[in-house]
Write a protein that binds this ligand. Structure first.
Ligand SMILES: Cc1cc2nc3c(=O)[nH]c(=O)nc-3n(C[C@H](O)[C@H](O)[C@H](O)COP(=O)(O)O)c2cc1C
Length: 173
C-alpha cells in the first residue's frame, strides 16, 4: 500500500472480527513499529502482547470499561521505559522524549496494521495504575497506549480534520 493512502484512509476501528492474526503479520507490524525514530536512538518502547481472554478483559476494564478492547484477538499495551531515557536526558527524557518516541512507534504500528488490512484503535483513556498492576510493570515502565488489533468488523466514515489554514502559520503566531 502506498504511504499516503495509508495515512489518509486509516481509521480507528472499534469492532473486530474474532479471526486470529497470523504470527507473520504480527511480527511485520512490530518490526514496523520499531523503525520509529527515537531520541538518541534509545528505543525506550516495550510491547506487551495479550491474547488471553481474561487478561484482555482486565485491561478493557482498566480502560474505563471500553469492552471493545477485549473483542480484539490481540491487544498490545505499548509502554515506555522512562529510566532508559532519563539516564541520557534527565527530566526531558522522562517527561517528553520517551513519550514522543513511543508515540511514534504506536503510529508506525497502526499504519502497518492498516497496510495489512488489520484494524486498530489508539486507546489512551485508562487507569495507569491498574494497567501497570495487571502487567506487573516494573517501576519506571509507563503504559502509553493500549492498541486492540484485529480484522475490522466495521467501516467507519472518515473523520474530519481541522484545515491547514487553521493549524499552520508562517513565521510566528
Ligand atoms: C492519545 C490518544 C488517545 C485516544 N484514546 C481513545 C480512547 O480511549 N478510546 C477510543 O475509542 N479512541 C481513542 N482515541 C482515538 C481517537 O478518538 C481517534 O483517533 C480520533 O477520533 C480520530 O479518528 P480516526 O483515528 O478514525 O482518524 C485516542 C487517540 C489518541 C491519539
Amino acid at each position: 500500500m502506498e504511504l499516503f493512502e495509508a495515512l489518509n484512509k486509516r481509521r480507528s476501528i472499534r469492532k473486530y472480527r474474532r479471526d486470529p492474526i497470523p504470527k507473520e503479520k504480527l511480527s511485520r507490524i512490530l518490526e514496523a513499529a520499531i523503525q520509529a525514530p527515537s531520541a538518541g536512538n534509545l528505543q525506550p518502547w516495550r510491547f506487551i502482547i495479550l491474547t488471553d481472554t481474561q487478561r484482555k478483559m482486565a485491561i478493557a476494564e482498566a480502560a474505563l470499561g471500553q469492552l471493545m478492547i477485549a473483542d480484539a484477538p490481540v491487544v498490545i499495551v505499548v509502554c515506555t521505559d522512562q529510566r532508559r531515557s532519563e539516564r541520557y536526558y534527565g527530566e526531558r527524557g522522562v517527561n517528553l522524549f520517551c513519550i514522543q518516541d513511543t508515540a511514534a512507534a504506536v503510529q508506525n504500528l497502526m499504519l502497518a496494521a492498516f497496510a495489512l488490512e488489520l484494524g486498530t484503535c489508539w486507546v489512551g483513556s485508562f487507569d495507569e495504575r491498574k494497567v501497570s498492576s495487571i502487567l506487573h510493570a516494573p517501576d519506571g515502565m509507563r503504559p502509553v497506549a493500549i492498541i486492540p488489533l484485529g480484522y475490522p468488523a466495521e467501516h467507519p466514515t472518515p473523520t474530519s480534520r481541522r484545515p491547514l489554514s487553521e493549524v499552520v502559520q508562517e513565521e510566528s503566531f
